[in-house]
Write a protein that binds this ligand. Structure first.
Ligand SMILES: Nc1ncnc2c1ncn2[C@@H]1O[C@H](COP(=O)(O)OP(=O)(O)OP(=O)(O)O)[C@@H](O)[C@H]1O
Ligand SMILES: [Mg+2]
Length: 264
């Protein structure tokens, strides 16, 4: 059975100063095999949606049904690392679900391997790792829980190119192995090829739910920070030229030249 959200709404601080209507009437079905990217302007409700779907936050309206273990990795999860060694930190989740120590350790080692964390780092104090290494360790921590659904809030924020690619590759592999991955991110360029489905949030509602390349023909992109190639593809489309969202510079230049010749 998939994850099903029915009429989900969330209001923070209802009736108090600062009341915020963060989610409004979300109906959503997410199947096991999907890789979903959630985009939208700041404050549109992405994090709140992930928190409600994963069970961290109880929606003030509607219901969420989920049929297996879910794990949520919050924004900047590396701040939560606290154990004496990186390996203990990764094993914390599985230990907490009642697994015996040896098995939790095995899972932690396996997860560290999956995210490509260097074995030499596992005996170090978590706070001695670099920012990117800590992020990978935190990701290993949620993977070690072997969730059916993995929710990640801005997993690539503040990472360098190589670390971003490592995160995306890891998630693609996990998804192929059967984990449903739901990522909220402003970093569209890194996830558009990886995801099978894209949601765009605006003012607490899902205003776009389609294959990611559908953004090429979307009229209003609702404050999304679009990758440059997608901006070019959208412009070409207004000139009657179909181009993929990730069109390269030389191909784009040839199209633009032809489009201008057509104007002469
Ligand atoms: N703990 C909170 N208390 C009160 N209001 C909140 C709280 N968390 C979020 N909000 C409000 O709810 C709305 C949605 O916030 P949310 O964090 O879900 O947006 P977001 O799309 O994740 O934004 P960003 O891209 O900046 O991370 C915003 O108006 C925000 O100010
Ligand atoms: Mg957010």
């Amino acid at each position: 059975m998939p994850l099903v959200a029915n009429g989900v709404g969330h209001v923070y601080r209802r009736g108090e100063p600062g009341e915020a209507h963060a989610l409004d009437g979300i109906d959503l079905t997410i199947s096991g095999g999907e890789f979903t990217l959630v985009g939208g302007a700041g404050g549109s409700g992405k994090s709140t949606l992930l928190h409600c779907l994963s069970g961290l936050l109880r929606p003030t309206k509607g219901t969420v049904r989920i049929d297996g273990p879910a794990a949520l990795s919050i924004q900047f999860p590396e701040r939560a690392l606290f154990a004496d060694t990186v390996l203990d930190d990764i094993a914390f989740g599985p230990l907490n679900t009642g697994l015996e120590k040896g098995e939790a350790r095995t899972r932690a080692l396996e997860a560290a391997g999956k995210v490509g964390l260097d074995a030499g780092l596992l005996s170090r104090l978590p706070r001695t790792l670099s920012h990117g290494q800590r992020r990978l360790a935190a990701l290993a921590g949620v993977i070690a829980m072997r969730p059916r659904y993995l929710f990640l809030d801005e997993p690539t924020a503040g990472l360098d190119m190589a670390a971003k690619e490592r995160v995306v590759e890891t998630l693609v592999r996990l998804n192929r192995e059967g984990t449903a991955v739901i990522v909220a991110s402003h970093d569209l360029a890194h996830f558009m090829d990886a995801c099978s489905r894209m949601l765009v949030m605006s003012r607490g509602k899902v205003v776009f739910d389609d294959r990611p390349d559908g953004l090429v023909s979307l009229d209003d992109t609702m404050g999304l920070a679009l990758p440059p190639s997608l901006i070019v593809a959208r412009w070409l489309r207004t000139r009657g030229i179909e181009a993929p969202w990730n069109i390269g510079p030389s191909e784009a230049a040839a199209h633009i030249r032809r489009a201008h010749e057509g104007l002469d």
